[in-house]
Design a protein around this ligand. Structure first.
Ligand SMILES: *[C@@H]1O[C@H](CO)[C@@H](O)[C@H](O)[C@H]1NC(C)=O
Ligand SMILES: *[C@@H]1O[C@H](CO)[C@@H](O)[C@H](O)[C@H]1NC(C)=O
Ligand SMILES: *[C@@H]1O[C@H](CO)[C@@H](O)[C@H](O)[C@H]1NC(C)=O
Ligand SMILES: *[C@@H]1O[C@H](CO)[C@@H](O)[C@H](O)[C@H]1NC(C)=O
Ligand SMILES: *[C@@H]1O[C@H](CO)[C@@H](O)[C@H](O)[C@H]1NC(C)=O
Ligand SMILES: *[C@@H]1O[C@H](CO)[C@@H](O)[C@H](O)[C@H]1NC(C)=O
Ligand SMILES: *[C@@H]1O[C@H](CO)[C@@H](O)[C@H](O)[C@H]1NC(C)=O
Ligand SMILES: *[C@@H]1O[C@H](CO)[C@@H](O)[C@H](O)[C@H]1NC(C)=O
Length: 769
């Protein structure tokens, strides 16, 4: 599986970030402390002064020698994202804090994982009709990115033709190393940076770029994907050439750099989200996450609850740990969790054989030379015993008969061939395309043509390789990428996750022109050469998330009064579940079988339809509290999430008004008695004039699914109606995952409001914490 080869690509960023941040071990450690604000004595006017005083009291109470002053212990005090602060504490100091009034609980500061021109067209966005003209291209919506910063000089952040910044905006452009506040404009409206958490863990660290300037590229890429201005003649070394634009080209960008080459800490991410809430972003785009933690320990989940309360739409990446089930992060009920899918675009090269016959293969080799020519030699499986005397300076042909492409690719990279042809049945090839040596990946059919020629001439054949092709209209597309992480959510399995898929595979977007975009082997054994480009192709749910953020910005521009859950609902219920061959979307991580909602959510986002969904499933913050109560979170845990001193658990519930359904059946149940799962939903009509909707159900395995009432009639906009969905079956299921869909279809044929239904024998692990 290609996923094992992720190291070759930009996703590796998260790998070394993680390893770096584990280097330091000191006696004192950095903690995020959650506090109950109700306990704050009235003598304090601000949270900050109370938190400071709490820490100050340590130096008098603590028995340990305190070497630093209290002010150096306090790393951050937060005001919006959480009620609490981050501080460097020794074990005994932590004990003192634990006994302070208002203390709820502490979480150790930990590192966070970054989830690493044509895509807008593939979403169906056009200047002629639909979402772009209707929404003014996302005019005046401000999208905040917590990421690696920004390369402000990139063409994607030119503010040509944009109106002045709305007066409600409180953000700023902070000066810093090689970053002058005058670099901001009407497109790039904010650029701040947060590294006190990182520096408290590594006090002697000298940051290589102490400013919002992006020395990695990830943040420049994600922000231009969501909201980049039009840039003509964009390309990645000649591939994908065209005019590039973000999903919401007139939305504004605010960057919060909290991800550093030197490390990334949750305390800094929290500070960034805290500030984004204060500044007044409308949409928050988070292409990062933490794996395997419950909601009350997931600082991103807690901070985004605060954002939700303030009406900020949050879109977050599902992660790249697929294709195993339950591999996703950010499976938080109040955010949009975004999975990844491919586009209908291929990057190609041509192999021309000595007999004049040509075949097309996949490649992204950033060739500066127009072609490579020479003898061609058939090896078979290119194992680690390659015979240099036979292959040096030749184009070698390797056959991937046993799914060993990764190893063969690596073996050839370490030889002195002039180029390589890999013949493979694998269709999950993107990690092999950005190669450091000339490579063409051929399918079996083209491969047979090449093998027939090469084998007949017994080593005397000739061939040439040409690069820089871009082919649109690839079928089938989209497909779910194998590495896209899967549900159910670890932290909240009762809400079906992911929510949606968006393009994330080989996405072309802006790149810092001083950060290398590719490297190639420079001739035979003379090292590697770094190559630079104003645009780069990246893959991962990191790239899917900003697509969804951009779509949310378009909807927000069209419907400024909609809640974040209404926007999420409209994206989910109008998404597409068929590919461009009109068959169910395939899952590359499951032998191209139809993708289940555990990999694709409700489908792939369709912005034009999302503007006018017909019905919406709204959720208010108290509904989320009711869910947390139902899940048996303790009062203290809920308090930390809601930042409220009172917790209203009068209506605990395991069901929430979500536009999707997941039911867990118990595989360990020996006597397969009948079990009924019942869900209640309330929909709000957002169409014009009278309308009647009828429920249409597809089969869900062999389960009995019913809806009542089966018709919902509305007289006017904003009217609400409720219904129940019942899933009935034997508790013991034959399949691990079965799924189907409920669609509410209106009588005029204008709306199809679709929700996925999943029934699974996977255990619900909500009760393990
Ligand atoms: C920022 O840039 C402006 C315009 O180029 C210049 O006048 C100003 O001196 C710069 N400020 C700093 C702190 O470099
Ligand atoms: C930081 O530098 C100081 C003084 O140079 C040194 O004593 C200390 O051990 C260093 N700390 C770490 C964690 O490297
Ligand atoms: C493929 O793998 C099987 C089992 O691992 C092995 O027996 C066989 O020789 C391999 N075939 C090739 C062509 O490498
Ligand atoms: C590639 O060529 C160089 C220089 O001729 C040589 O030193 C090196 O060993 C060769 N590498 C391999 C794997 O054959
Ligand atoms: C290629 O893959 C397809 C489907 O994934 C499979 O049916 C076929 O047997 C494979 N062919 C070979 C030669 O491995
Ligand atoms: C919550 O606790 C109650 C009482 O102990 C128990 O009956 C219920 O099953 C628990 N709910 C969950 C979701 O674990
Ligand atoms: C608690 O929440 C419910 C809704 O879940 C609401 O009806 C009730 O008024 C709330 N109670 C208080 C004291 O706020
Ligand atoms: C579905 O409902 C029918 C009719 O009520 C019943 O005969 C059948 O046993 C049910 N099947 C399951 C799997 O519950």
């Amino acid at each position: 599986m290609a996923a094992s080869f992720q190291m070759a690509n930009h996703i590796s960023l998260c790998v070394w970030l993680l390893s770096l941040s584990h280097l330091v071990l000191t006696h004192s450690e950095t903690y995020i402390i959650h506090m109950d604000i109700a306990a704050m004595p009235t003598s304090f006017s601000t949270h900050h002064s109370w938190f400071s005083a709490t820490l100050e009291s340590i130096s008098t109470t603590s028995t340990t020698t305190v070497t630093s002053s209290f002010s150096s212990k306090l790393v951050y005090s937060y005001t919006h994202a959480i009620n609490g602060f981050t501080a460097v504490l020794s074990p005994s100091e932590l004990e003192v804090v634990k006994n302070s009034p208002g203390y709820l609980y502490a979480i150790k500061d930990t590192s966070v994982k970054l989830d690493t021109t044509h895509s807008t067209q593939f979403l169906g966005l056009s200047s002629q009709s639909g979402a772009w003209p209707v929404t003014g291209y996302g005019k005046d919506v401000i999208i905040g990115f917590v990421d690696t910063g920004i390369w402000p000089e990139s063409g994607s952040f030119i503010d040509h033709g944009m109106s002045s910044v709305p007066s409600r905006w409180k953000g700023e452009c902070e000066d810093g190393l090689k970053f002058n506040s005058s670099l901001c404009n009407k497109k790039l409206v904010g650029a701040r940076y947060f590294n006190k958490g990182l520096l408290s863990s590594r006090p002697n660290l000298t940051l290589s770029m102490n400013s919002a300037r992006d020395t990695d590229g990830h943040g420049t890429h994600t922000s231009s994907t969501a909201a980049g201005s039009y840039v003509k003649h964009a390309s990645y070394f000649g591939y994908g050439t065209g005019t590039a634009a973000g999903v919401a080209p007139h939305a504004r960008v605010a960057v919060y750099k909290a991800v550093w080459e030197e490390g990334v800490f949750i305390s800094d991410i929290l500070a960034a989200i805290d500030q984004a809430i204060i500044d007044g972003v409308d949409v928050l785009s988070l292409s990062l996450g933490q794996d395997g933690i419950p909601l009350h320990q997931d600082a991103i989940a807690i901070a985004t609850f605060a954002a939700r309360e303030k009406g900020i739409f949050v879109s977050a990446s599902a992660g790249n740990n697929g294709p195993d089930l339950r591999s996703l992060h950010n499976g938080t009920p109040w955010v949009l969790t975004v999975a990844e899918r491919t586009m209908d675009r291929e990057f190609t090269g041509i192999l021309t054989l000595g007999n004049g016959v040509s075949v097309t293969g996949m490649t992204l080799y950033p060739a500066s030379l127009s072609s490579i020519q020479g003898p061609i030699y058939f090896v078979g499986a290119c194992e680690d015993d390659l015979d240099a005397s036979k292959i040096d300076k030749k184009i070698v042909v390797c056959l991937d008969s046993n799914d060993t492409l990764g190893e063969q690719f690596y073996n050839v990279e370490n030889s002195n061939v002039s180029g390589a042809i890999f013949i493979t049945n694998n269709t999950d090839l993107e990690f092999f395309m950005q190669s450091s040596y000339p490579v063409l990946l051929l399918d079996l059919e083209s491969g047979k043509i090449v093998m027939d020629y090469v084998q007949k001439l017994e080593g005397e054949g000739e061939a040439s390789m040409k690069f820089h092709g871009t082919h649109l209209g690839t079928k089938p597309a989209p497909r779910v990428a194998s590495y896209s992480a899967r549900g159910p959510s670890y932290s909240c399995p009762l809400v079906l996750k992911p929510d949606i898929t968006a393009p994330g595979s080989l996405i072309l977007a802006s790149w810092p022109d001083r950060v290398s975009a590719a490297f190639i082997k420079n001739g035979v054994d003379s090292g590697t050469e770094q190559l630079y480009s104003k645009f780069n192709l990246l893959s991962g749910t990191s790239m899917s998330c900003p697509h969804a953020s951009g779509v949310a910005a378009l909807i927000k521009a069209a419907h400024p009064d909609w809640t974040p859950s209404a926007i999420r609902s409209s994206m989910m219920t109008t998404s597409d579940i068929l590919d461009n061959t009109l068959k169910p979307i395939q899952d590359m991580g499951d032998y191209n079988n139809p993708a289940t909602p555990l990999s694709m959510g409700s489908g792939h986002v369709a912005p034009n339809k999302a503007l006018n969904p017909g019905l919406i499933y709204d959720v208010n913050p108290q509904d989320y509290v009711n869910l947390l109560c139902g899940l048996n979170y303790t009062k203290i845990q809920i308090q930390a999430i809601t930042r409220s001193s009172t917790v209203n658990c009068s209506n605990p519930s395991l069901d929430i008004n979500y536009p999707s359904f997941i039911a867990f059946f118990d595989v360990n149940d020996m006597d397969s008695h009948k079990v009924i799962h019942e869900f209640k939903r309330t929909v709000t009509y957002v169409g014009v004039g009278r309308s009647t909707f009828t429920a249409k159900l597809t089969a869900v395995g062999r389960l009995n699914v019913s809806v009542s009432p089966a018709k919902l009639s509305f007289r006017s906009m904003k009217e609400k109606k409720s219904y129940k969905l019942r899933i009935e079956g034997p508790n013991k299921m034959e399949d691990e995952v079965v799924f189907g869909f409920l669609s509410w279809v209106d009588s005029k044929g204008k709306f199809v409001v679709r929700s996925p239904i999943v029934a699974t024998s996977l255990t619900s692990i909500a009760d393990t914490f």
